[in-house]
Structure formats: C-alpha cells, structure tokens
Write a protein that binds this ligand. Structure first.
Ligand code: ATP
Ligand code: MG
Length: 384
C-alpha cells in the first residue's frame, strides 16, 4: 500500500484549446507550493496524483495544496494492486467507525471481472460485516468511500473529498499591482484577484516617522500571507511623508485624504508599468468610509491614464470581507493596532463628495511631479 494525494481541478476543464497552458501553470504552482518536500507529481486523466512522499508529510502537503488556486478537491488515498482483498484492506483504514456510508467505484479498467455496481456491493458488504455499527445510505451518506480501478492494474481507495480553494491557477490571467495597507480589506482584494489567476505585486505607502516600523512589519506579514496563495509576491515600499506634509501645509485640510489617494494612484501606476502589471487593485468598498464614495473613487481614479482599476470588494459588506480575511489567515495580523499613513493628519471633516474642480484647485498648490519623483526615489523592494 502506498500513500497518494489525489488533486482534482476545476474550471481548468473549461479552457478548450488553452487547456495545456492552464494545466502546465497549475502543475508548476503545485511544485512551487511543495518546494522542500520530497514528492513526485504525476498527471492522470483529468487530475493529478502526488506520490512518493513520506507519510509524515501528508498533513503538510495537504495544508499547502489547500492554498493553491485551481484545486477543486483533494483526497488522501491509498494505492493498492487491483485485487478485492487488497482493496478491502485499504477500505478498512478509512473505516468511518459509526454512521452511514456508501461505496462509489469508478472502473477505468474494463477487464476487471466485476463491474462498478458489483464492486460497490462486494466491498460494501464486506465493510458491513466487518463493522456492525455502520449502515449503508446511497442517497445521503456521512462517508463516501471511493475506489478507482485504473488501467495499469493499480487502484486508488479514498475517503470523503476535502475542498480546495477553487479559482484559476495563478499566472494564467496577467499581473496586477495591489495597493496594500495594513488593513483588513486590501489583502482580501489581492487574494480575490489571485484566485482568478492573477499574479500580484504589492505597493505600500508609509509615512515614517509618523507611522512606525511595526506598521511596516505588519504589511510585510500580510504580503507573506497573500504570497502563500499568489505563488509569492513582491512588496514595493514607498515613503510619502513629504507629500503628506506638503498637502498639510499648503492645501485645505479637508482634502488631505482625497489628495493623498491621487498621489498613491499615480505612484502605483508608474510602478505597475515598470514591472509589467496590467491593472491596479485596491481594497475599496463602496460607502465603507468617507473616501470610498463614488465621487471619492472618481477623484482618485481620474489620475490613472492607461490602466484599469480593479476593486474586487466594491460590493461587499464589511462582515463579508472579514469572513474572507479570516479564511485566508490574514485577519489576526490585520487587526493589530498600528497607524496607517491615511490616518496621519486625518481631518475632522474630510470631503465626502469631492468635486473634481475643487480637487484640482487644491492640487494646483503642489509640485505634483516633483513630489512623485521624490517619493519614488525612496522605493525599497522586498521579495516575499
Ligand atoms: P484597508 O483595510 O485595505 O486598509 P480601508 O477600509 O482602511 O482599507 P482606506 O484606508 O480608505 O480603506 O483605503 C482604501 C484602499 O486604499 C485600501 O484598500 C488600499 O488598497 C489603499 N490604501 C490605503 N492605504 C494604503 C497604504 N498605506 N499603502 C497602500 N495602499 C493603501
Ligand atoms: Mg486602511
């Protein structure tokens, strides 16, 4: 008996002529996720099998594969010779102790003397005799025991399927530049675009010494959590302290956040161009805070000339975002209480529905190009 992990993938099936490309990227991403663990990944028809690993690594392999986009379901399986006695020995190890079960056989090996129904009945009967606390329920069983008779004389036996994260393999849908703060929303926004196959680069703006080193470390940790799903990422860190001081000194205080956002967008666009990212991604959600009104988004978006801005959380409630943040493992880091640059110099009455003409009048008081270049000269790049 040999331990195997079966990996079933989802939407990749739909991709017609591109299927080879999607499968190749998917397999590469699994290899990256399992780096450092001895294993072999083999392609089978319509799925993959991870083989030749140490049994003690099973949980770790499962944990890592559960973060690979494109994985629909996973099963820990036993590979045995196609022989009823050997199959039953393997089934016994998945014995659910109590409750209902059914056996579901898939027979690729058409030469085997029993058909799938007969194998279900034979193995199900043996299991009932072996454990009298079990019952058969073919409609709504608590445990499904799968048996795959393969064409090469081996069979795979497995228990209930475990859900993967779904989505598309990262690297099949271009690259995006995520504006990442230390908050709850932006890491989730990055996760959602990675889930659709996008590679993610990150940019974070800080205003040291108004924001501290812990705030910066927090963002690096969040980028690392995101990176577990996005096959790694790069964090661009830019200091915007002087921009904020200039805005504070020269402009109407109510426009501080609005103006800062426009600088962030412009800088993010330039960094995106440099690394080949094709869009910007933010964690904005309509109406969540004063700066996230439609007028606020129009004002910050209007400085971007040539890239789309994706706001995958735009239609989500905060509690929906929090649930996703928890599921991806970012929440506990996001809620650490360090200041973000947006909360420095925060006005009492920020403009909620900024008029573009007013914004432009305020911005005209600043050397926009000079400030952008100065900020870009502080760029640090951290590989995550
Ligand atoms: P988050 O939880 O992502 O911080 P938020 O609800 O706090 O979002 P805002 O502070 O208004 O909302 O920020 C809106 C979006 O602007 C963020 O989701 C993020 O994409 C971007 N952003 C805000 N602050 C920064 C920052 N310091 N560096 C990079 N991007 C930022
Ligand atoms: Mg924030």
């Amino acid at each position: 008996m040999e331990n195997v992990i079966i990996v079933r993938y989802c939407e990749i099936h739909l991709k017609g002529n591109n299927r080879g490309f999607f499968e190749r990227v998917f397999a590469e991403n699994m290899e990256k996720a399992l780096k450092g663990i001895k294993h072999v990944i083999r392609k089978q028809s319509g799925r993959y099998a991870v083989e030749e690993f140490a049994v003690s690594e099973t949980d770790e392999i499962m944990r890592r594969l559960q973060k690979v986009f494109g994985v629909h379901t996973l099963s820990v399986a036993l590979k045995v010779k196609t022989d009823l006695d050997e199959i039953f020995e393997a089934v016994k190890t998945f014995n659910p102790q109590v409750g209902s079960f059914k056996v579901e056989t898939h027979r690729a090996d058409k030469k085997f003397p029993l058909n799938s129904m007969q194998i279900n009945a034979e193995i199900g009967g043996r299991l009932l005799a072996y454990n009298r606390k079990l019952s058969v329920d073919v409609h709504n069983p608590q445990t499904v025991i799968g048996i795959d008779l393969r064409e090469n004389g081996t069979s795979l036996v497995f228990g209930n399927l475990i859900n993967g994260v779904g989505g598309m393999p990262v690297g099949t849908a271009g690259k995006g530049m995520l504006l990442i703060s230390g908050g709850i929303d932006s890491p989730v926004a990055g996760y959602m675009m990675a889930k659709r196959g996008m590679k993610i680069e990150c940019v974070h703006f800080h205003s040291y010494p108004y924001t501290n080193m812990q705030a910066r470390e927090k963002v690096e940790e969040l980028a690392a959590v995101l990176g577990e799903y996005s096959c790694g990422t790069t964090l661009n860190v830019v200091k915007v302290t002087h921009i904020q001081e200039e805005i504070h000194k020269k402009c109407n205080g109510d426009y501080v956040v609005t103006l800062l956002r426009r600088f962030m967008m412009r800088i993010a666009e330039r960094l995106a161009k440099k690394c080949g990212a094709q869009c910007l991604i933010t964690g904005e959600s309509l109406g969540q805070v004063a700066s996230q009104t439609i007028e606020g988004m129009t004002s910050s978006g209007s400085v971007i000339e040539s890239l789309p801005i994706l706001r995958p959380l735009c239609g989500f409630d905060k509690n929906e975002i929090i649930e996703r943040s928890r599921n991806m493992g970012a929440f506990d880091i996001s809620i650490r209480p360090y200041e973000d640059c947006c909360t420095v110099f925060l006005p009492k009455h920020p403009v909620i529905h900024p008029k573009i003409s007013d914004v432009l009048a305020e911005e005209a008081k600043l050397d926009v190009e000079g400030l952008i270049n100065e900020a870009l000269s502080t760029l640090e790049i951290v590989k995550i």
